[in-house]
Design a protein around this ligand. Sequence first.
Ligand code: GLV
Ligand code: GLV
Length: 316
Amino acid sequence: MDVLVTRSLPGKALELLSNKHKVDLWEEEVPIPRDELLKRIKGKSALLCLLTDLIDEKVMDAANALKIISNYAVGYNNIDIEAAKKRGIVVTNTPDVLTDATADLTWALILSAARRIAEADVFTRSKKWKEWAPKLLLGADVYGQTLGIIGAGRIGAAVAARSKGFKMKVVYSSEFESKVMEEDLGAQRMTLEELLTVSDFVSLHVPLTKQTFHMIGDKELSLMKKSAFLINTSRGPVIDENALVDALEKGRIAGAGLDVYENEPMIPEKLFKLKNAIILPHIGSATHATRAKMADLAVKNILAVLAGKVPPNQVA
Ligand code: GLV
Ligand code: GLV
């Protein structure tokens, strides 16, 4: 059957896919243009797409044989799930395999924000370092502080688990009570407002939905301690970016560690200038091994559906 793949992926998974099916691969290292996507989706039984591809009704209507949309990501806010359901198109994602890589990157941001790693590297590189000094590049402690996790899914729990070595107190806020968080990790559940008030590091691990859009805005930022840091490796629109930039500019919070933005790949000009923000280009799952495993999973989901079987990671 015919499969449209919107980008070349690391690892061997696409080879496996082309051994079994006819693959139409968008080979350029830029997102497939909308008109190309609309043209090429026609007649395809499966679509392997990226989180940067908007898969809405228009794409689904342009497709006339589509059985599965396999997203190369755990988050699937780029896909109109209701529209897919209505048309009987299966949607799958790539959970689990990227949990640890994303949790690791979240910690890289926590430590970098607290200890001013990016700023210190630029300082050293620009040959400004003259000698050891008692007040040079002072940062914040991570050890023994309170970590607030918003969203108690797999990634949130993996971030919490890593805090053990730092002897942190962990609190979480989530729609549902998490046994893993409470029994395995000793985390206390509280409301979002309480969490924002007590945490030294606030880390976001919710999917982007209508409910989580702008869940952190002006009011929420103003509840945070002046000494606290906000970390986001989930989805940009969960934070009201203008409100965050304002809080960072005015020093209403100590800093932010960001891997995601409201309108990627656009980043507000002001963020580039703020020393108290660490800004990364959406690389949460970007390790060689993880990105290959994501490709394996995305292909497995397609092979299952095209063979008439239930795919391992169906979300709709
Ligand atoms: C990456 O952001 C993902 O959702 O996998
Ligand atoms: C992501 O899949 C999560 O559950 O955190």
